[in-house]
Design a protein around this ligand. Structure first.
Ligand code: NAP
Length: 335
């Protein structure tokens, strides 16, 4: 537990507990507005001289994170898959006073392309203080990514795994390397089950596929955290709440229409991502749980979503090995 986690006023603790219990209060805009007010949030630490990389930087939460990290003084590498959208995000970072370290067009569903980006950056001799995995989407219909793997799994797990692995030399060289993965509160509905992680076309359901991958991101982030602690790198995972983004509009249009008045702005959705990437929770944050509104929270709220007896200690290692095989072209079959 960090000092930041310990130091909390009883009122802030009580308000937070009520919000957590209501779910909608916690995940909606009400949650961040109330917590920010009662918890007296500081600005995240400045990042002058630091370099960060953000995937999903063209839209929504990732774009807001890239802009905010640039505003904090970091040089920002933006990863997108579309030229005009990526250049427009880079201009927004610069307009906010930030520095763009690079714009990289990479399909994050293609692990070979993700690994090649990491290798290029390592060879360039650049530094990297924080890596933000923001790319992701809920696809209502089945789509296969570059390596024939189902798209949600490829973009949310295998591509990020390949990028992380390739970038490790830079994160290890940083004074306090940080990795932040953007998961989702939707993961609370699913138990991690490697045998049912990848949905085949016949059984595909977009919401279920998305929630399973988001749960798996929590498992994988904790596993990376354990493996990398000795190298001084922390790996944490965030759920941003309900955020009004193009991704929400395309993935869950009815949900967006119903909840629109209380959805978070992209900047509010990015707040904890930015705060953690900037070191707001301190150096070498222990892995585990899931962060939301600048607090570490339990990764389990619903019965039946904890690992079955005997699997709790092994699921991270199993998923890590599966991702490693898939990233090197050895995976891809529907489980
Ligand atoms: N909005 C919410 O309420 C909410 C809630 C929980 C979690 N999240 C998570 O937050 C993250 C950002 O989502 P968002 O709501 O901000 O959606 P968004 O506005 O659609 O942004 C998603 C980003 O991911 C990129 N992306 C998607 N597939 C990609 C691929 N194959 N290769 C490279 N980039 C790819 C998109 O690029 P393009 O611009 O090219 O499409 C875009 O930059 C996601 O991981 C999402 O699951 C969102």
């Amino acid at each position: 537990m960090t000092n930041v986690e310990r130091a909390r006023h009883p009122l802030a603790h009580a308000v937070d507990g009520v919000l957590e219990a209501t779910v909608a209060g916690s995940f909606s805009r009400i949650g961040i507005v109330a917590r920010r007010a009662v918890d007296h949030w500081d600005d995240p630490p400045r990042l002058e001289g630091g370099t960060v990389l953000v995937t999903g930087a063209t839209s929504g939460i990732g774009r807001a994170a890239a802009v905010a990290l640039g505003r904090l003084g970091a040089a920002v590498h933006l990863v997108g898959r579309d030229g005009p959208r990526s250049r427009s995000a880079a201009l927004e970072v610069e307009a906010a006073g930030g520095t763009v370290a690079g714009v990289h067009l990479v399909d994050m569903g293609d692990p070979a392309a993700a690994a090649a980006l990491g290798t290029r950056l390592v060879e360039s001799g650049d530094r990297l203080d924080a890596l933000v995995h923001g790319a992701g989407a809920l696809s209502p219909t089945y789509r296969a990514a570059a390596g024939e793997l189902e798209q949600t799994v490829a973009v949310g797990l295998v591509g990020p795994f390949a990028l992380t692995q390739a970038l490790l030399p830079l994160l290890e060289a940083a004074p306090s390397g940080r990795m932040v993965t953007v998961s989702s509160g939707g993961m609370y509905t699913q138990r991690f089950d490697l045998d049912h992680l990848v949905m085949d076309e016949a059984s595909y359901n977009g919401v279920t596929a998305y929630a399973r991958v988001k749960r798996a991101q929590v498992v994988l982030a904790a596993e990376w955290g354990k493996r990398l602690a000795g190298a001084g790198i922390s790996s944490v995972v965030v759920h941003p709440g309900w955020v009004d983004t193009p991704g929400l509009e395309s993935g869950l249009p009815t949900f967006r229409r119903l909840w629109r008045p209380v959805l978070r702005t992209p900047a509010e959705g990015a707040d904890t991502v930015v705060w953690l990437a900037a070191g707001g929770a301190g150096d070498h944050v222990a892995p585990g749980g899931i962060w939301h509104d600048r607090r570490r929270r339990s990764a389990y709220h619903l019965p039946g979503t904890r690992p079955p007896h005997g699997r709790a200690g092994t699921e991270g290692g199993d998923l890590w090995a599966w991702c490693a095989a898939a990233a090197s072209g050895g995976g891809g079959a529907a489980a």
